[in-house]
Write a protein that binds this ligand. Structure first.
Ligand code: GLN
Length: 557
């Protein structure tokens, strides 16, 4: 997919900004709507970036529980951020940095540090103008060098925490030429009991937006179906915008279809017109089309992958789900992911594990669920089931092998069992002194050297790779020799660090200390995921697989 802008954007036009707010309730998928619009602008030849504003007081998402917030997404610079940034990276095919995630924690920390340093000497430091100025500065800096910057405000308009951001956006728009800023408000249009599309929640939320001094230019109504013409007219009339500025965003079978819906609705065209960018955009017939080609690629059958994790929540493993989809696009197969509870491996979950065509043990922290993960690794290893272990999954594969093949009784990770007689996974030396929890792991992109002639070499097609990390523990160097005597090969290393493992006498047994799922994109799937599915397809004729019925799930994002 193209990563460079194909047009020569005239810098005198200035950066264009799309500010996206949400009304009625959170979880409407305004990020997906915004990212989809961005994707279409990118297809039209513009450099597009995004900023996600998270009004919470945490400095970053690193310390947040995945059960509440979904997965912690890791950026190449090591930023631990909200999973929405993963969506922007996947939809826009860009690499973002921590500066693209603005949080209340970061903003206040910076302003307070400046105050302590004496930078405001004599002044009273206040939310307006000091916090709002800092917010505006962050948005301008993140947008620098691009054509269009999408700024999404997390939460819902009216939340107390979001107020300084909305005030900052109001000021920002005031300071910019009118044609450079567009406010998009994403809201819910529910059905009444008798099947009528109801606009009152939208009216109320727009009233709230206007009371803060903002007027939406565009309203996107999330609804089960497309908005009826009468619904659009009603919203337009009561919210004081043209009917052409009201768009539907109905439920679709997969989030990757949203750009197609948005295009059909004409939202991208409307944005281009409002920004007076029609002449700068590639003509409709010449716009990049890879997205559509990739996501609508033909599928033959379906494979079942067991995901052995702690959380019964798709968002907690979002990037893994997405990576499997990307590999499926590439190989022309649908993937059903079955959650297997690592913490309570009852008969039901065992049956799911045994029915699966392949097994993934994902990353994680803490003791809970580790025995289930170790059991799942053993099952995959002994029964020749294709297996992919990611971070903690890699570490548990090492533990399982140490216990059951090398005969090291009581082998474990020092994270789970500090007094283990065989700490085959031990704390990273640089972590001894670390006390704070936030932002202190081995984080972000690091290079791995790949041993020629190995499975890793075949998958990556290179003798090195750069993938993102998030861990405190690693394979204990004292045990390297013991592993070298058996069939577990560490085929990827970084100095004295073991990064990739594979088993010589198994169809596909692959583990990575890093998280390949954070770099996977539609059209550029991650090699370990492609390798897993390829092996599954080689072993089972997926089209005739008895459990090959793909369960269409409506996406409720
Ligand atoms: N808990 C393990 C560590 O800190 C694995 C981390 C992970 O899976 N992201 O090393």
């Amino acid at each position: 997919m193209p990563t460079e802008s194909d047009t020569h954007y005239d810098p005198s036009l200035g950066n264009k900004f799309i500010f996206v707010t949400g009304g009625v309730m959170s979880g409407l998928g305004k990020g997906i709507t915004a990212a989809s619009t961005g994707r279409l602008l990118k297809n039209a030849g513009f450099d597009v970036t995004a900023v996600k504003i998270d009004p919470y007081l945490n400095v970053d998402a690193g310390t947040m529980n995945p059960y509440q917030h979904g997965e912690v997404y890791v950026l190449k610079d090591g930023g631990e951020v909200d999973l929405d940034l993963g969506n922007y990276e996947r939809f826009l095919d860009i690499d973002m940095t921590s500066d693209h995630n603005v949080t209340t924690g970061k903003t206040y920390q910076h302003v307070i540090e400046q105050e302590r340093a004496g930078d405001y000497l004599g002044k009273t430091v206040q939310i307006i103008p000091h916090i709002t100025d800092d917010i505006k500065r962050r948005i301008r800096e993140a947008a620098a060098g691009t054509d269009v910057c999408i700024v999404e405000v997390g939460g819902t308009v009216g939340d107390i925490e979001g107020m300084p951001y909305l005030e900052a956006l109001r000021q920002f728009a005031h300071e910019e030429p009118e044609e450079n800023v567009l406010f998009v408000h994403v809201t819910l249009v529910p059905y009444s009991k008798n099947g009528e599309q109801k606009t009152k929640p939208t009216q109320h939320s727009v009233k709230e937006v206007r009371s803060i001094g903002l007027q939406p230019d565009v309203i996107v109504g999330r609804c089960d179906d497309e908005l009826e013409p009468a619904t659009k007219e009603k919203i337009a009339l009561f919210c004081d915008i043209p009917t052409e500025a009201v768009f539907s965003n109905p439920d679709v079978e997969d989030v990757y279809h949203v750009p197609l819906v948005v295009e059909e609705e004409g939202l991208d065209q409307y944005v281009l017109e409002r920004f007076a960018l029609e002449d700068e955009a590639l003509p409709a017939g010449e716009r990049a089309n890879e997205w559509r080609e990739v996501i609508t690629s033909e599928k033959q059958g379906c494979v079942d992958i067991a995901l052995v994790g702690k959380y019964d929540l798709e968002d907690a493993y979002m990037s893994i789900h997405e990576s499997l989809k990307h590999a499926g696009f590439e190989l022309g197969v649908d993937v059903d992911v079955r959650w297997v509870d690592a913490d309570e491996m009852n008969a039901d979950h065992e049956a799911r594990l045994e029915a699966a065509d392949g097994i993934i043990v994902p990353g994680g922290f803490g003791m809970r669920g580790t025995q289930g993960k170790i059991d799942a690794v053993r099952y995959a290893r002994e029964n020749d089931v294709p297996f992919l272990g990611l971070c903690l999954g890699f570490q548990m594969a090492v533990v399982e092998y140490a216990r059951n093949v090398l005969g090291l009784e009581g082998a474990h990770s020092a994270e789970m069992e500090p007094d283990s007689p065989h700490p085959v996974i031990d704390i990273l030396p640089e972590q001894y002194e670390v006390e704070n929890m936030g932002g202190t792991m081995r984080l972000g992109a690091h290079d791995t050297e790949i041993e020629p002639g190995t499975l890793a070499h075949e998958l990556y097609g290179a003798t090195s790779c750069t993938e993102r990390h998030r861990h405190r523990y690693e394979v204990n160097p004292e045990y390297f020799d013991a592993f070298a005597e058996e069939s577990m090969v560490f085929s990827g290393t970084a100095g004295n660090r073991m990064e990739i493992l594979e088993l010589e006498d198994h169809p596909f047994f692959f583990g990575t200390q890093f998280h390949p799922e954070y770099r996977s994109r539609p059209g550029r799937p991650s090699p370990p995921f492609v390798g897993l599915l390829e092996t599954v397809l080689d072993r089972t004729d997926a089209a005739q697989n008895p459990h090959a019925e793909h369960e269409e799930t409506e996406v409720t994002y």
